[in-house]
Design a protein around this ligand. Sequence first.
Ligand code: NAG
Length: 314
Amino acid sequence: MAHTLSFLAFTLFFILFASSPPAIAEPAQYSVQSYGAKPDGTTDSTKAFLSAWDQVCGSTAPASLYVPSGKFSLGKATFQGPCKNSAIVVTIDGTLVAPSDYSSIGDENNWIIFEDVDGVTVSGGILDGQGTGLWSCKASGKSCPEGVTSLEFSNSNNIEINGLASQDSQKFHIVINSCQNVIVQNVKVSAASNSQTPMVFTLNHHRVTILNSKIGTGDDCVSVGPGTANLWVENVACGPGHGISIGSLGKKLEEDGVQNVTVKTTTFTGTEMESGVKISDVTYQDIHGSSATEVGMKLDCSTKYPCTGLNWRM
Ligand SMILES: *[C@@H]1O[C@H](CO)[C@@H](O)[C@H](O)[C@H]1NC(C)=O
């Protein structure tokens, strides 16, 4: 309604003052439907999304990509930068559905990926990775594709993901890879409890904040990868799954360490703690709760590189 009104107002304004264009323009909005996307859940809308993205990314003024309500079937989609503006909003009212045949994109690593962008906000939306078929394939011991990450930002800065829901991803739900200044908030991640691989976030870089989110998968809620620094996790409901893991680290001989991770006001339900390597200078503060097993918390330090500088505070 508000949209219609402002559009009417804008139209009226434009008709009345057509000779002198308005000084403050609304960000140009490109709806995927204008480029042929169909909200019927089956028509492959990948090309329409990418054509709309070309306009948004090529715009020299702030621009928005709009996905109306309904279900849009999307194959592998790479939203490539760099763009000509750094105020892009992707507003999703509908659901994006991965191809039902997982083998069509299962070896592509990613389903939806933004690369080399600056100043992009993804607001709202549901991502349905349709992972259940792939998990059954994996559970049966057959040879199956690796599966794809539902949403990744790679080599990007000033990113916000707000109000997104991700369900049944084939692999990771959200990956933040080599990015600076990322805020993830009001995100809801869920997967059927038989999902084995889906993890939530691996984070490989600087200043990432995860706020007010609910993460329930069969695996890590937040998985902190090499090179992560200044990560802030606050007000997150985590479980069922493994909990928050720093790692897997130490896969390669020389890799960047993890620094300055803060986890605050986060509840864990149905989780377990995993092992880590060479842990030093960690402060555990104000942790309370009950455990379903005799050991509530286990510090699984490496025997070769024992933990040092662990502080416990009430
Ligand atoms: C640690 O990270 C937080 C943000 O998560 C930041 O505000 C703080 O300045 C960082 N501390 C250091 C010592 O870098």
